[in-house]
Design a protein around this ligand. Structure first.
Ligand code: GLA
Length: 727
């Protein structure tokens, strides 16, 4: 049993692999947070409750009990959930408006249930497995209920949470804020870490101390976005890659979201968030319920490295589709950077000839194969093969590829439509827009209204028509612009602020039907590069295109930031042409291959231009990749130094510590530079390891204390690799 309720203290203890989460039901009937951290025995934790400065705060509504339990006051207790209108002026988790216009909800404890199997969220992805606690809260005046869901796992250091709001009354309740969780952490000696970015610069790292007041990050774009990832790290001051306490919060959600950290008057820190309540409301009809997306909360006392390993384990074991998480992926070549829109059967067939016997096993045809899509101004939405480009349809190239043992993959952007398309001409209302207003253009395209079932049916049928009639084994699902007008012609006025969340539900329905309905096709996620890199997308797409920026030097930084939360196996990484198309930087094939090797590797360049030397190098790289893939996909990641340093490294250690691979990267070479010495962490101190590159056998203990000096080849943007094999 991982979840225990102790009646004498009304305390719930939830034990994960190395963590304990504890809260109790206080005198007034509120769920009060006690502890989340390293695993502890089930001691009575009520001694930790301290009264803060008295500020004549309100008591529980209708109960003048402030003096009955003197240590209880609203601003003192660390909440599991908090509400507006009850004297608690901290960030509310919920703001519900009743039919009479009142906004007070007083949700009190009303029992609990423990489930050995975690229930799925209807219509939304979530982590699977784990023992689940449901704490039932009720506001009996308004007949509003809230079920707090908690799940713990015996194989990883996370807790997941969400809330189901239930209207048990016969009146309408309007949810104006419906966050997924709140948690009160002790003290305020923390820094916030977030992953910001843009196109070509996804998941850069920002770190800032928390101050009194609210630190908030969000998306208002109906997508999880490259601008800010739905992740917040809360770090004990001074925590670094290896040491210090770190809490991670990651939403399993792909639409507009928010995460906040509030330092309160009495010096505690409350983290909360979920669906962004900006431009949000949800009309809860009598007897209806509403589930929030799930939040994954990790704890590490081994700094950021420990946090990353906790998320990686959780996502590999409980989120990424099981059949793909550990199995080999398609080793593909994508034609985008090689041809852009300029291709035909002959050119693609020459690609097939050029990749024969290299180890590349899949040819992926990117944008431009359908409708009038000769450039990015037309054709999106018309998922019909363009015979102008591919004479005889897709079968010519697919048959040719298959005859040479090469599989075939195809690009779609199912959620989009160009103004210049048959779909838009026939159904202009399928595109999101506000009547009477023009639509915002972005890459000449509009977003389809996924809140509508007829639009979703059109997409499912037209994509399936291609997939069912051709031998396609891989799909790249792209999403190249943000939503702007936030309006659906089909929704009544009072439900228009449900739009962003309904977009996500529509997207998940599409994924369930298209991905679920084509179990033999491998689906990769993409969004104008890596702009929708979130756990919900990962639950459908085992790998996601990390960035359109394929420059190895920049990719090393992007992949470093992404790895803070997401496992290497989730990152799609291609070796692209040199000089690079985004930066015109020159980097060797070895460097480009080694950086792409830190994920689900692939190629994106013209293979007919391969020299014999390139071919040999690619063959070797693929050979090494196949040998190391299991380690890269399943091992524990340790990062050494940071992208702010001239040299930094990624070390992946097998779970059983029998072997490891270290990839070091140096940006700039220069005379007189210090030797870069790396302490090799994560190995077993009691084992000896043979290092072929040094032809030496050294103990894990020595490697972790003394390290190894890294010998980079001369030149800028160089890599060096070392292997460690138990002797
Ligand atoms: C996006 C993707 C690219 C490519 C183009 C095609 O930008 O990120 O990889 O597929 O669309 O238009």
């Amino acid at each position: 049993m991982s979840i225990i309720y102790q009646e004498s203290t009304k305390t719930f203890y939830l034990d994960g692999k190395n963590v304990t989460y504890a809260f109790f039901i206080n005198y007034a009937g509120y769920a009060e947070h006690l502890y989340f951290g390293k695993k502890i025995p089930h001691d009575d934790l009520l001694y930790t409750r301290m009264r803060g400065p008295d500020s004549c705060i309100a008591t529980a509504p209708g109960r003048d009990d402030q003096f009955i339990e003197p240590i209880f006051s609203y601003i003192d207790f660390p909440p599991e959930v908090s509400f507006f209108g009850t004297g608690d002026y901290r960030e509310p988790t919920i703001l519900a408006q009743m039919e009479d216009g009142s906004r007070l909800s007083d949700l009190l404890y009303d029992g609990y249930s423990i489930l050995s199997t975690k229930p799925k969220i209807e219509g939304m992805p979530s982590l699977s497995g784990g023992e689940t606690l449901i704490v039932h809260l009720v506001d009996s005046i308004n007949s509003l209920k809230a079920d707090l869901y908690y799940t713990v796992y015996d194989d990883c250091d996370i807790v997941t949470r969400r809330i189901v709001y239930i209207n048990d009354s016969d009146k309408i309740i309007n949810l104006k804020r419906a966050y997924s969780f709140a948690i009160g952490l002790p003290g305020h000696n923390y820094e916030a870490l977030s992953l910001y970015g843009s196109w070509g610069h996804e998941r850069m790292i920002d770190r800032t101390p928390l101050h009194h007041g609210v630190f908030s990050i969000d998306s208002k774009r109906a997508t999880s976005s490259a601008v800010l990832n739905p992740f917040l790290g809360i770090l004990e001051k001074g925590a670094d890659e290896d040491k210090g306490e770190v809490y991670g919060f990651n939403l399993v959600y792909s639409s507009s979201w928010i995460l906040k950290a509030q330092v309160t008057l009495d010096g505690q820190t409350i983290i909360c968030g979920g669906i962004n309540d900006f431009d949000f409301s949800w009309k809860l009809d009598p007897k209806e319920e509403f589930s929030t997306p799930e939040i994954v909360i990790s704890y590490s006392n081994e700094g950021l490295g420990g946090m990353s390993r906790a998320f990686h384990d959780a996502y590999r074991e409980h989120l990424i589709p099981e059949k793909h998480v550990k199995s080999p992926r398609p080793l593909l070549i994508n034609n985008w950077e090689a041809t852009y829109f300029d291709f035909n059967n002959e050119k693609l067939m020459s690609f097939v000839d050029a990749i024969e016997n290299t180890g590349i096993d899949t040819l992926v045809l990117d944008d431009g194969w359908f409708g009038a899509r000769r450039d990015d101004t037309a054709g999106l939405g018309d998922w019909i093969v363009s015979e102008d480009v591919l004479e005889g349809g897709l079968s010519t190239i697919i048959n040719y590829a298959n005859s040479k043992g090469i599989k075939f993959g195809l690009w779609f952007e199912p959620e989009m439509v160009n103004e210049d398309s048959n779909l838009f001409r026939e159904h202009p209302d399928y595109a999101i827009g506000v009547p009477g207003h023009g639509r915002c253009y972005s890459r000449h395209q509009f977003v389809l209204d996924l809140t509508r079932s007829d639009v979703r049916d059109y997409i499912v049928n037209s994509v399936n028509n291609i997939l069912h009639n051709n031998n396609i084994q891989y799909v790249k699902w792209d999403f190249n612009r943000n939503v702007t007008e936030f309006f659906s012609a089909e929704l009544p006025a009072e439900r228009q602020s449900e739009f962003a969340h309904r977009y996500a539900l529509g997207l998940y329905d599409l994924c369930d039907r298209i991905i679920g309905g084509n179990p033999n096709v491998f689906f990769e996620g993409c969004a104008g590069g890596g702009a929708r890199f979130d756990p919900a997308i990962l639950s459908y797409f085992p790998q996601i295109w990390t960035s359109d920026n394929t420059d190895a030097n920049e990719r090393a930084t992007i992949q470093y930031g992404t790895s803070l939360v997401y496992p290497l196996s989730a990152m799609s990484c291609h070796v692209s042409v040199c000089p690079n198309h985004q930066t015109f930087r020159v980097a060797s094939m070895e460097t480009r291959s080694n950086i792409a090797h830190l994920g689900a590797t692939g190629y994106e360049l013209d293979p007919t231009q391969f020299s014999n030397e390139d071919k040999e190098e690619i063959k070797n790289h693929i050979d090494v990749y196949h040998k190391m893939r299991k380690l890269i996909f399943e091992g524990d990641l340790y990062r050494l130094n940071t992208p702010n340093d001239n040299e930094f490294s990624f070390l992946v250690v097998a779970k059983d510590k029998s072997h490891a691979e270290l990839l070091c990267y140096r940006r700039h070479c220069g005379p007189g530079k210090e030797v870069y010495r790396v302490r090799v962490k994560g190995l077993s101190e009691n084992k000896n390891y043979y290092i072929p590159e040094l032809n030496a056998t050294i103990s894990g203990k020595t490697l972790s204390c003394v390290g190894i000096p890294v010998a980079f080849p001369y030149g800028d943007y160089m890599t060096a690799k070392y292997h460690f094999v138990e002797k």
